[in-house]
Design a protein around this ligand. Structure first.
Ligand SMILES: C[S@@+](CC[C@H](N)C(=O)[O-])C[C@H]1O[C@@H](n2cnc3c(N)ncnc32)[C@H](O)[C@@H]1O
Length: 290
């Protein structure tokens, strides 16, 4: 490896940033890596730049920088990502939750709160839960909500369960291994899904950081990217309460197709939401009759 990293926090941060010159945001990634592996904070870096970092932390930082330069996403290296203010552990079987998906949480929150207030509880089904991101964000915001997170991947469900425990939400979160609705029972006020929605043949064109590190099961939405929406639209009705909503994240070009799929299956449009980048990101649907 190149030169040794400095022991003092200020110079260490600068050197880490220099090593990451070729990545998208060297300053941010260097800070995340140094803080995580040295157990220091941003305030300490400013107030005490001469603070000495021990050798084992320096070695871990050097290794993390090598991985980052090699193309591994920074949150995969750290092993967690913040989502809706929650720290969620990642594993090779989970998608890294994205800020765009917070749009779905924001979109459903008023409905979840209203149902919880009126009925004393709100039951949520999170289809393809991954890290548990959507379900756990809604549970953390609404104490009277309970959620079932389903996924095909046992590894993803183990991570979601771990996250629920870490966040003190395990008592209200159930993980269920199921191929979409196959093993699901009961009725829900909210069915939420961020399903895989990339057309199979486009997966090869995704950024390396996505293609090489997010699991294919979390990305591949079939030939046209819409297969999971067809399944959800066809099967959701018998799992919905009379007063209920379905909320799905969509790819930014899929608004019309997904709308058509749900309307053809008998749902009414209940709202369309854009992400912070102004892209179509979430569609909400209502049942036509109880
Ligand atoms: C795009 S990821 C979303 C993960 C998480 N909900 C989020 O928003 O970060 C899609 C998830 O659906 C799961 N999945 C894919 N096919 C499935 C199927 N047939 N049945 C259940 N889950 C499936 C994947 O394992 C993955 O966790």
């Amino acid at each position: 490896m190149a030169d040794r990293l400095p022991e003092a926090l200020g110079p260490l941060l600068r050197q880490a940033q220099a090593r990451l010159a070729a990545v998208d945001d060297p300053a941010l990634d260097a800070r995340l890596i140094v803080e995580h592996f040295s157990g220091t904070t941003r305030t300490q870096a400013i107030a005490d730049p001469n603070r000495k970092i021990d050798g084992s932390a320096i070695a871990a930082i050097a290794d993390a920088l090598r991985r980052r330069v090699g193309g591994e996403p920074v949150h995969r290296i750290l092993g967690y990502r913040e989502f809706y203010g929650l720290r969620l552990s990642l594993s090779p079987e989970t998608l890294e939750p994205r800020p765009d998906t917070e749009t779905l949480v924001e979109a459903m929150l008023p409905f979840v709160k209203a149902v919880a207030e009126r009925q004393g509880e709100c039951r949520i089904l999170d289809l393809g839960t991954g890290t548990g991101a959507i379900a756990l964000a809604l549970l953390s915001a609404v104490p009277a909500a309970i959620a079932t997170g389903i996924d095909m991947s046992a590894g993803a469900l183990a991570t979601a369960t771990h996250n629920a425990r870490q966040l003190g939400l395990a008592g209200r979160f159930t993980a269920l291994q199921s191929d979409w609705f196959e093993k699901v029972s009961g009725r829900y006020h909210v069915i939420a899904a961020n399903p895989p929605y990339i057309p199979s043949e486009d997966i090869g064109n995704l950024q390396d950081e996505v293609r090489n590190f997010d699991p294919r099961l979390a990305l591949d939405g079939g030939a046209d990217g819409l297969s999971p929406y067809r399944i959800i639209a066809a099967e959701a009705a018998r799992f919905l309460e009379a007063e209920s909503r379905i909320a799905v994240e969509i790819g930014h070009t899929q608004h019309n197709e997904v709308l058509e799929i749900f309307v053809a299956a008998g749902y009414l449009p209940g709202g369309a939401f854009q992400d912070l980048g102004g892209n179509d990101r979430v569609l909400v649907f209502k049942r036509t009759k109880p």
